[in-house]
Design a protein around this ligand. Structure first.
Ligand code: FAD
Length: 394
């Protein structure tokens, strides 16, 4: 194991991280900081217009890696969450407001623009001497003695011990490694855009629950808010085909005019939604992090939070590994698969259950949902446990 410099020609390394999204960037930084000699494959990708609510434990992971110094300088604190049952169902939940002060935190987390995180993390990663970034895709993956040979889109080949697949939902690494998923494609998509409201949200995220999914305004600083609107696939296709004024009118109507006259600050972008979990998180020197390993609808802001816990879990396994052994990477992938299984399962089940319960029009489900919100409103200990569950393990 040696810390090599950026000047050396790179055809071998300890670890290749495949994918330049947020999970890949953080994984590249974390494995390099754990002492591995890392190559990061980050091909040019379209700009990510989403924002991510990252909870306090996730922000701590980023702070420990030196990627975020002051979260208030990069994002907007999420201090309160308001839930409004906007359905016309027979049994409706009461309106509820949850405050992070109850769990002695200044905020549940922060809302960060993905593009701003990407820029900040990339600058940090550039400065690491044992990390090399290449603007190339992985196109081939072959097992070789005590490791893997990766073929790149620019014609190069790299031999490595550990491969970190952070290449998103349609992961090449996952497929090449023969790791299967059982994907459910949902009948809903998510529309995302930035809005200007007539007044600031002051750290309060407002979530309307409609029959086809939540319509959530997340504070983005000043009078700005990020909208995540989950709706039927066909309905969102109809809406995005409209002129900007008509799109805004549809959003205005769904917001129940509670925020005054709205302005559209960015074009509306739609993301198809699906759920899956990889049948293993790692094997034979290959590990999966982020959406290559798990995906679910953006309910309760869990996706990237879970991905950051993947990276923290991977670093824990690398730190415990005996890196002088020729098969250290196989050991890391096996240990990683073991340590990440329960958290991924638990989060997937929690989000899946919540999503189903929000969509179900059946009377028992309505009663359960309304009773659940009522109990959370009335019972502080239950509320605190729910907050801790939603914020994820520390
Ligand atoms: C509408 C919406 C709102 C969300 N809000 C939140 C939230 O509030 N909080 C939260 O925690 N999560 C949220 N999520 C989830 C979160 O955005 C994702 O979990 C996260 O962005 C996934 O990051 P990733 O790096 O795993 O994947 P991606 O961002 O998809 O990155 C994968 C990268 O791999 C690259 N790639 C693909 N193939 C190859 C290859 N062969 N070689 C090299 N590179 C390759 C791609 O170019 C891409 O850059 C939201 C998701 C959606 C859809």
């Amino acid at each position: 194991m040696s810390r090599k410099t950026k000047e050396r020609p790179k055809s071998t390394c300890d670890c290749v991280v495949v994918g330049g999204g947020l999970a890949g960037l953080v994984a590249a930084c974390a494995t390099a900081k754990a002492g591995l000699d890392v190559i990061h494959l980050a091909p040019a990708a379209p700009p990510d217009h989403r924002t991510s609510a990252l909870m306090v434990p996730s922000v701590k992971i980023l702070a420990d890696l030196g990627l975020v110094d002051d979260p208030n300088a990069l994002g907007e604190p999420l201090r309160k969450i308001r839930i409004i049952d906007a359905t016309s169902r027979l049994v409706r939940a009461p309106e509820a407001l949850f405050d992070s002060a109850e769990v002695n935190e200044q905020a549940f987390g922060w809302n960060f623009a993905n593009a701003a995180m990407s820029t900040q993390f990339s600058q940090h990663v550039e400065a690491l001497p044992n990390l090399n970034r290449l603007e190339a895709s992985a196109t081939g993956l072959t097992r070789v003695e005590s490791g893997w040979m990766l073929a790149l889109s620019d014609g190069r080949s790299i031999k490595t011990s550990l491969v970190v697949g952070a290449d998103g939902k349609r992961s090449f690494v996952r497929e090449a490694a023969g790791i299967s998923i059982n994907e459910t494609r949902h009948k809903q998509s998510a529309l995302v855009c930035d809005l200007k409201l007539s007044f600031p949200l002051n750290g309060e995220s407002v979530e309307f629950h409609y029959e086809n999914g939540p319509f959530t305004l997340v504070p983005a600083g000043g009078q700005r808010a990020n909208l995540v609107w989950i709706e039927g696939v066909e309905r969102l296709a109809e809406i995005t085909a409209l002129a900007p004024e008509a799109i805004l009118a549809a959003i205005q109507e769904r917001s129940q005019n509670l925020f005054g006259k709205l302005e559209l600050e960015t074009p509306a972008v739609v993301f198809p939604l699906s759920s899956f979990e990889a049948d293993t998180m790692g094997k034979e020197g290959i590990v999966l992090v982020g959406e290559s390993a798990h995906a679910f609808p953006p309910i309760g802001a869990q996706g990237l939070n879970l991905s950051l816990r993947d990276v923290a879990g991977l670093v824990g396994c690398v730190n415990k590994a005996r890196l002088t052994r020729p098969d250290w990477a196989t050991g890391v992938s096996k240990a990683y698969s073991g340590v990440r299984k329960a958290d991924v399962r638990r989060t997937n089940m929690m989000v899946g259950g919540l999503f189903k319960s929000l969509l179900s029009g059946l009377l028992p489900a309505q009663a359960l949902r309304a009773g659940g919100v009522w109990a959370l409103k009335k019972l502080p200990p239950l509320r605190k446990s729910a907050f801790r569950l939603g914020m994820g393990p520390g």
